[in-house]
Design a protein around this ligand. Structure first.
Ligand code: ZN
Length: 235
């Protein structure tokens, strides 16, 4: 018999990047109780995992109502993804695109594994909604960020765990400029500042240079996307 999970409780896939941080703020305006999940998949740069706790703490302090709704953080280890290797996210190799235009920052199976782990955790925690920052608009064409993929996995989790589980992807059809705007709408300049100082997107893990849009090398594909989005948001 299908287990009816609590739809007032959400689990946010929170990596420490701008997109998932925006999803966390979104969830805190919409759900009574919000927990977060971070995944260690053997990524080259640990900085994203390190900024997660500072963002959560700063968010709870700046927005006390949100702080009351913010539940525990969970971290799971999916480092088998780096054992499979051969991606620019897990190995010390240059970021390039293959002949089909797919960059080697793509980690095959990563989001599928994340969502499976999230589904199992949600079941244990009586959480009915999983929220992820996947986006098919300007996100390098990763096939596991597409709406079709997410819908299929939602159905798989519901059938395979026998639960009534929903996956929400509030950023699916918005670009980076609109993601900045969403943060501004949710939490004003205060949230924009937290995004700038307590989230991390750079593929090279660079925290030495601070820009208007936050820390990063300024030239890798993730920095380029984040900074261009910020410029359009400011325009
Ligand atoms: Zn960068």
């Amino acid at each position: 018999m299908t287990v009816a999970l609590n739809k007032k409780r959400a689990l946010v896939l929170f990596s420490g990047g701008q997109d998932s941080a925006t999803c966390l703020a979104y969830a805190l305006t919409k759900f009574e109780h919000v927990e977060t999940l971070g995944v260690d998949y053997g990524q080259r740069h640990r900085i994203e995992l390190e900024v997660r706790e500072s963002f959560r703490a700063a968010l709870a302090k700046a927005f006390p109502d949100w702080g009351r709704r913010l539940g525990p953080d969970h971290q799971l280890n999916l480092s088998f993804l780096s054992e499979i290797g051969a991606t620019a996210m897990t190995d010390e190799i240059e970021i390039i695109s293959d002949e089909n235009g797919l960059p080697n920052t793509f980690v095959p199976g990563r989001n599928l594994a994340f969502l499976t782990a999230a589904g199992a955790l949600a079941f244990r925690r009586d959480i009915g909604v999983i929220i992820g920052g996947m986006c098919e608009t300007d996100y390098s064409g990763y096939p596991d960020c597409r709406a079709d993929t997410i819908k299929a996995q939602e159905q798989t989790l519901c059938a395979g765990i026998d639960v009534d589980l929903t996956i929400e992807t509030p950023l699916m059809y918005v670009d980076k400029a609109a993601t900045w705007q969403m943060a501004a709408d949710l939490g004003g300049e205060t949230l924009i500042e937290l995004m700038r100082d307590h989230t991390h997107t750079c593929y090279l893990g660079d925290r030495s240079q601070r820009h208007d849009w936050g820390y990063g090398c300024g030239t890798c594909p993730a920095c380029a996307l984040r900074s261009a989005g910020y410029e359009r948001f400011q325009a």
